[in-house]
Design a binder for this molecule. Structure first.
Ligand SMILES: NC(=O)c1ccc[n+]([C@@H]2O[C@H](COP(=O)([O-])OP(=O)(O)OC[C@H]3O[C@@H](n4cnc5c(N)ncnc54)[C@H](O)[C@@H]3O)[C@@H](O)[C@H]2O)c1
Length: 252
C-alpha cells in the first residue's frame, strides 16, 4: 500500500530547504506548501527550481534561490535573503545530496572532497547560516541515509558524510535545545528518486525482495516524516534519527 500524506498547520512559518529540486526535497516542499508554510527553495539548478515552483503553483508564499551548499558564503547570503523575504526561518531541512560511484582504492581526492563538501559541509553551512535567523521553537531536519549507519559499497564519501551528519545532528541538538530548537535526522533507505536509479537497475530487485513492506519508498514517505519532525507532534523529540526504509535496514 502506498503512503498517504497528512498535512500540518505551518501557516506563517518558513521553511529553508536545500536540494529542493530533488525527488525527496521536492515532495517536502509540496507537503509544506499544502501545510501553509512559506517556502524558500534552494538548489544548484535554477531551471529545476522554477519547474518545482510552477508545480506548487500560485498562492503559496515562495521564493527560489540558486545555491551551491558547498559554498559557505553563498549559503550565508541565501539564509539572509530568506530572512529578508519572510522575516525569520522556522524550519531548516537539508536535502541537498550527491551520490557518486567509486571504490576507495584509487579514489581521486576530488571525488572524496566533493562527497564530503556537499553531503556534510553543506549541512553544516546551512544550519550555521540559518540558526541566527531562527526563533525559539524552530526545527532542523537533516536528511541523512541508511548508508550513514551501515556504510555503502562503492559510495564511501557519501556514507562517511552521512554518518557524520548523524553525529552533527546529535551535537547540534544539544547546543540549541536551550532555545527550544529541535534537531533531528531522517535516514531513508531505498527511495525511488533519480539519485538511486543506477543502484535500482543493478540491485533494485534484490533489495525489494529484502524489504519486509514489499515496495520501494516514495519521496512522500520521507516528506511525511520531515513534516512530523517539524510539527508540535514531535515537541519532545530531538537528537534522533528516524529510519524510513520499509524494514530493509533490519531485515537485510
Ligand atoms: N533516494 C534515496 O534512496 C535516498 C536514500 C537515502 C538518503 N537520501 C538523501 O535524500 C536527499 C535527497 O535525495 P533524492 O533522493 O531526492 O535525490 P535527488 O538527486 O533527486 O536530489 C538531490 C538534490 O540535491 C541537489 N544538489 C546536489 N548537489 C548540490 C549542491 N552542491 N548544492 C545544492 N544542491 C545540490 C541536486 O540538484 C538535487 O536536486 C539527499 O540528501 C540524499 O542523500 C536519498
Amino acid at each position: 500500500m502506498a503512503s498517504k500524506t497528512v498535512s500540518y498547520d505551518f501557516t506563517g512559518r518558513t521553511l529553508f530547504l536545500t536540494g529542493a529540486a530533488g525527488g525527496i526535497p521536492g515532495a517536502i516542499a509540496k507537503l509544506f506548501a499544502a501545510s501553509g508554510a512559506n517556502l524558500f527553495l534552494t538548489d544548484l539548478h535554477p531551471e529545476s527550481l522554477a519547474a518545482l515552483a510552477g508545480e506548487i503553483g500560485n498562492g503559496v508564499p515562495l521564493a527560489t534561490h540558486p545555491l551551491d551548499v558547498s559554498d559557505p558564503d553563498a549559503v550565508s547570503r541565501a539564509a539572509a535573503a530568506c530572512r529578508d523575504r519572510f522575516g525569520q526561518i522556522d524550519f531548516v531541512v537539508t536535502g541537498a545530496g550527491l551520490y557518486e560511484d567509486g571504490t576507495v582504492e584509487g579514489m581521486a581526492d576530488d571525488v572524496w572532497q566533493r562527497g564530503i563538501s556537499v553531503n556534510l559541509d553543506g549541512v553544516f553551512h546551512a544550519v550555521r547560516a540559518c540558526l541566527p535567523h531562527m526563533p525559539d521553537g524552530g526545527a532542523v531536519v537533516n536528511i541523512a541515509s541508511m548508508a550513514g549507519h551501515r556504510g555503502s559499497f562503492g559510495h564511501a564519501p557519501y556514507a562517511a558524510a552521512k554518518g557524520a551528519v548523524l553525529a552533527l545532528t546529535r551535537s547540534l541538538a544539544q547546543e540549541v535545545a536551550s532555545r527550544g530548537i529541535r534537531c533531528n535526522a531522517i535516514s531513508p533507505g531505498l527511495i525511488d528518486t533519480p539519485m538511486v536509479r543506477g543502484l535500482m537497475q543493478e540491485r533494485g530487485g534484490d533489495m525489494l525482495k529484502m524489504t519486509p513492506l514489499g515496495r520501494l519508498g516514495t519521496p512522500e514517505d520521507v516528506a511525511g516524516v520531515a513534516a512530523f519532525l517539524c510539527s508540535e507532534s514531535a515537541a519532545f523529540l530531538t537528537a534522533e534519527s528516524i529510519h524510513v526504509n520499509g524494514g530493509l535496514y533490519i531485515a537485510s
